[in-house]
Design a protein around this ligand. Structure first.
Ligand code: GUN
Ligand code: ZN
Length: 441
């Protein structure tokens, strides 16, 4: 019997970050324990350390032994679209074609709250079986899609940041709001959901092509009125899109300048993609405190280009960076696939991405971008117990590869290149086991 009100010990290898690998160097970023343990109580991590010591000091706590499974903070997907879960892998000839042919028809169905409920549940299940414990999520233009999403998230007690997509032009009639209704509906949703339980609200103009100046302005005002919310949008994903934006907003110096002039930049702003930015734009994002969500599998699939992380950091070393699956432009919920995509994008640009950097981006990077790094993104006492346990030998081939690895970094590199959801042994949300691969729970 567990007498210690949901106290428990997870035993296995443990992995935490003690520094930002981009700053301290990849070799000094990790704290790894071969036989470690994590003490959880009331949804929080209370202690992380050597198994012997943690068990000795907490004799009545039940122990879940994961053997040589690796316990770490759950993955944070900083940019994804829950209503696009079932259009992953839709054949397309670039972003604007993909949006009109696949995305908008799929999103129209979310006027029905039952569809919203079913797809929110599908999305969350996919997150958990991929070890994703928090995401920055686009809903659809329908307020009921946001209600459906936060209701499902609340039931699981999972920390999700999400918002109603706003668009009042260049979209099918059934998917458009107005400047006023976008303001009113978003405001009502913020009041209902932001800070309710673990939920966070993100003000969400889809992108400059689908919002009028009036709408962008109204959302900028609304964000000022609710400064603890976040703001997410797409920026400089494809060259065709940029040309269209500059045609529609001829008075503006750049695509980024459109958002800046309407008060949609600064701390808490998350810009998806950012492939084709100038150095000036990169520096403006960095100095304003804004952030980039790099979405590599989407960029490769849609043919948008390869985000140059190294060049972005060279131009703006302080810029906040994270990784996004961008489902369903992206091809996988898995952050292993997303890290692999980021590595491949780096190689396409003639640079590299060390596994310490990739895992940091996929956890703490995302948490920082969502302004949640005091709660999630790392394995440490005081943090929420949103955890993933990784089977480092999830297939015969990975097992053979890992046997040859001489360093932890190489073991992690093998995971990010070869692993998929079969490597996720368990996912904990606020200390509760919400996914267990062995039982399919
Ligand atoms: N730009 C505007 N909307 C979208 C979207 O839904 N997905 C992607 N990848 N880019 C966008
Ligand atoms: Zn997107």
């Amino acid at each position: 019997m567990n007498t210690n009100n949901n106290q428990r010990i997870l035993r296995g290898q443990t992995l935490a970050f003690v520094g930002n690998p981009f700053e301290v160097g990849a070799d000094h970023a990790f704290d790894h324990c071969d036989d470690g343990a994590v003490l959880i109580e009331k949804g929080r991590v209370v202690a992380v350390g050597q198994a012997g010591e943690i068990i000795e000091n907490n004799k009545t706590a039940p122990i879940v032994d994961y053997g040589d499974g690796l316990i770490m903070a759950g993955f944070v997907d900083a940019h994804t679209h829950f209503p696009q879960s079932d259009i992953i892998g839709s054949y397309n000839d670039g972003l604007l074609d993909w949006l009109t042919r696949h995305t908008f028809p799929a999103e129209m169905r979310f006027s029905d709250p039952q569809i919203g409920k079913r797809k929110a549940e599908l999305f969350l299940d996919q997150c958990f079986l991929n070890g994703v414990t928090t995401a920055g999520v686009y809903c659809t233009v329908h307020a009921q899609s946001v209600d459906a999403f936060f209701q499902a998230a609340s039931q699981k007690n999972v920390l999700m940041a999400a918002g109603k997509v706003c668009m009042d032009k260049n979209a099918p009639e059934a998917l458009m709001d107005t400047a006023q209704s976008a303001y009113d509906d978003t405001k009502a949703l913020i009041e209902k959901w932001h800070g309710a339980g673990r939920n966070r609200y993100i003000i969400t103009p889809r992108f400059a092509l689908t919002s009028s100046s009036q709408q962008l302005k109204a959302l900028g005002v609304l964000w000022k009125e609710h400064p603890t919310t976040l703001m997410q949008t797409h920026l400089s994903e494809t060259k065709d899109e940029i040309a269209e934006v500059l045609k529609l907003f001829p008075a503006h110096k750049s695509y980024y300048d459109v958002y800046e002039s309407f008060g949609l930049t600064g701390e808490g702003a998350i810009f998806g993609h950012c492939i084709h930015l100038s150095d000036d734009e990169r520096q403006m994002i960095a100095t304003s405190g804004g952030a980039i969500a790099h979405c590599p599998t989407s960029n490769a699939f849609i043919g948008s280009g390869h985000f140059d992380l190294a060049e972005t950091r060279r131009a703006a070393p302080e810029i906040k960076l994270s990784l996004g699956s961008d489902v369903g432009g992206g091809t996988s919920f898995s952050m292993f696939a997303t890290m692999k995509g980021a590595y491949e994008a780096a190689r396409a640009n003639g640079s590299m991405l060390h596994p310490a950097e990739a895992f940091w981006l996929a956890t703490i990077g995302g948490a920082k971008v969502l302004r949640l790094d005091d709660k999630i993104g790392n394995l440490a006492a005081g943090m929420d117990a949103d955890l993933v346990v990784i089977d480092l030998k999830s297939t015969p081939l990975i097992s053979a590869r890992v046997k040859r690895a001489e360093t932890l970094a190489d073991v992690l590199f093998a995971q990010m290149i070869m692993a998929d959801e079969r490597a996720v042994k368990a996912t904990y949300i606020a200390g509760e086991l919400l996914y267990d691969r062995s039982t399919g729970l």
